[in-house]
Design a binder for this molecule. Structure first.
Ligand code: GTP
Ligand code: MG
Length: 327
């Protein structure tokens, strides 16, 4: 399997390429939480744009990530929140965001965690589909665009022989345009996936400038890097009760520095205590690590201040959800 996405694709530098060889379009990455959608997008972009953690429901917004292959094509990925059974308003908005992306794109990649899928179906019995997969399959039945099935995390499979029966079983449940096993984490089969995606996109000129990565505001990206560290460093309900709001994001040109002030909203005072930690140790660690991440991404020194505030029940409050960017 190929793993170097940065190797030139066929004809990448050919001078005589014409418009008909150029394919461009929007590709939605959808699936259950934690299957590796954001990892896959970042892998193809070659940039750590979307945050990734081992916890489900990491992504809460639609995140555009553009990768251009000169003279060959352009893929505009739409990374989405994992589709799950939603109870809170926040979660309902996340699922609605994911489902609305399905209607707006040229191609849909339904990403499955192959290892988890095999273990779940072994428990349920051969003919039963896990409930959340069944829901997604029903939604896909309504769409007109081609749908790829991406079997991710193949590096975790105990035996590669498990793949074939799984591919067979899933191909009988839905008419997928392609079924492609990959490891987003290791990079296996990613170049092939890119080639196949490009070949299914409309023969069209670029949608965005070739040097564009995303339309996400810098403030949003900064807030996400902080949230990533909170997800990494807290447990149980805390990650799901946190929203990060950037209060100030100012470029200090004289110092080539970004000055960032962030408010970390939690829902209860006990959670505030957890985020701050003993003697402020956890908040300090969250600050140090997210500042490093911002520094690498923005290519500038970062001055970061963080404040923790209790905003009770924000995840159920339409006004607060709007303010925190969860439309
Ligand atoms: N072993 C292995 N782990 C992977 C692979 N792809 C992703 N992961 C891990 O799976 C976890 C979830 O990855 P994400 O990319 O955040 O998954 P997601 O689908 O975007 O999750 P949500 O945003 O919560 O919906 C992380 O710990 C990743 O490192 C893979 O190919 N192999
Ligand atoms: Mg994600």
């Amino acid at each position: 399997m190929e793993n170097d996405i940065n190797k030139p694709l066929d004809n990448e530098n050919s001078a005589d390429s014409n418009q008909a060889d150029y394919h461009a379009g929007f590709v939605a990455l959808i699936g259950q939480p934690n299957v590796g959608k954001s990892t896959l997008m970042n892998r193809i972009l070659g940039v750590d744009l979307a945050i990734i953690t081992a916890k489900p429901q990491t992504t809460r917004n639609r995140i555009l990530g553009v990768r251009s292959f000169p003279d060959k094509g352009q893929i505009a990925f739409v990374d989405t929140p994992g589709i799950h059974k939603a109870k809170k308003q926040l979660n309902k908005r996340m699922v609605a965001t994911a489902l609305s992306a399905i209607t707006e794109v040229d191609l849909i990649c339904h990403v499955i965690d192959a290892d988890a899928y095999i273990k779940q179906t072994a428990r349920l019995g051969k003919d039963e589909l896990p409930a959340s997969d069944a829901f997604i399959f029903r939604k896909l039945a309504e769409v007109k665009q081609p749908v790829f099935l991406i079997l991710n995390k193949v590096d975790k499979l105990d035996a590669k022989e498990e793949l074939l029966p799984m591919m067979q079983d899933l191909s009988e449940r839905f008419d997928f345009a392609e079924i492609i096993p990959i490891s987003a984490h290791k990079g296996d089969n990613i170049r092939r996936l890119v080639d196949i995606i490009l070949s299914h996109l409309p023969a069209d000129g670029p949608l965005f400038p070739e040097d564009m990565l995303t339309d996400q505001a810098e403030r949003f990206i900064a807030a996400e890097f902080i949230r990533e560290q909170i997800l990494e460093q807290t447990h149980e309900e805390v990650p799901y009760s946190v929203a990060v709001e950037i209060e100030r994001f100012v470029e200090n040109r004289a110092k080539n520095m970004l000055e960032v002030s962030a408010i970390i909203h939690v829902e209860r005072s006990t959670q505030k205590g957890i985020v701050i930690g003993k003697g402020g140790a956890r908040l300090q660690s969250i600050g140090i690590k997210s500042r490093k991440r911002m520094q690498a991404f923005f290519g500038k020194k970062i001055y970061l201040e963080t404040f923790v505030r209790v905003e009770s029940e924000w995840s159920e409050d339409p006004e607060a959800l709007g303010r925190f960017g969860y439309e």
